[in-house]
Write a protein that binds this ligand. Sequence first.
Ligand SMILES: [Zn+2]
Length: 112
Amino acid sequence: MKPINILFIGLSLVVSTAILVPNFVKPRPAGQSACVSTLIWYKELKEEWRRLNPDKKGIVPTGYDLLGEKWGASMSSCPSGGTYTFGTQEEDPVCSIGGPRHSIPNGLKANK
Ligand SMILES: [Zn+2]
């Protein structure tokens, strides 16, 4: 590959990251914990993944499935030290701590 092509690809990645990353960092409603915001974000990513992968029912997506190449840098962890579990397409993502400040609010829970 010519150096100019590599430069172009690198520049494209920088530009697309600059456009995409601010979209991932949404301001959260007052009173919502950082953990709940992250769980809702993962839920939105999973819904998008489900829409694109209707054949993967019952399968638990990986961080790579949801975020592609940049998943390692973009994955958030619970500020209180909980561990996130994505769950299958039909389940909501959960934090191992649980409780109101570490769970998807009732109004946003998946219909089972
Ligand atoms: Zn948590």
